[in-house]
Write a protein that binds this ligand. Structure first.
Ligand SMILES: [Zn+2]
Ligand SMILES: [Zn+2]
Length: 142
């Protein structure tokens, strides 16, 4: 369970697992599709009295920084990390038909990109690959 993992992570790092952080992670963990920040804020209202947008946004940012949530740039949305370890980059298969997002497991940059970066003396800190297309389920129903 991701909450247990988060509790341990915070304990290990000496970070406080505040209520908004905990609730936002619970919300993300129960979501079946990527969520935009506004939806997270909306759901946070079920846990907290009248939460202010920055409360939700700061909690989301916190989990993004700590690797529990990924931002999907092209959708301007967030999704829980489905891989069980912290990784630098994130990469997703985004279905344009049903909106389903699959996290792919790629721990290292593909060599082609890595060598481009190296040739430019460029130090890679992270990356974000989003492949758009049609998922297997949608392909079957066509
Ligand atoms: Zn991930
Ligand atoms: Zn689909």
């Amino acid at each position: 369970m991701v909450i247990k993992k988060a509790e341990k992570h915070c304990l290990d790092k000496g970070i406080r697992l505040t209520d908004p952080r905990r609730y936002v992670l619970e919300i993300m963990a129960s979501a079946t599709k990527p969520m935009v920040a506004y939806d997270v804020l909306d759901r946070l209202g079920k846990y907290l009295d009248n939460p202010k947008p920055p409360t939700a946004y700061r909690a989301i940012d916190f989990w993004v920084e700590n690797g529990f949530i990924h931002r999907i740039e092209s959708l301007n949305a967030y999704t829980l990390c489905r891989e069980d370890h912290h990784h630098k980059g994130s990469q997703f298969l985004v279905c344009d038909d049903c909106g389903d997002v699959t996290e792919t497991h790629l721990c290292h940059l593909p060599d082609a990109l890595k060598s481009k970066a190296e040739n430019n003396d460029f130090i890679v800190k992270g990356w974000n690959l989003e492949l758009h297309g049609r998922c297997g389920d949608c392909t079957k129903t066509v």
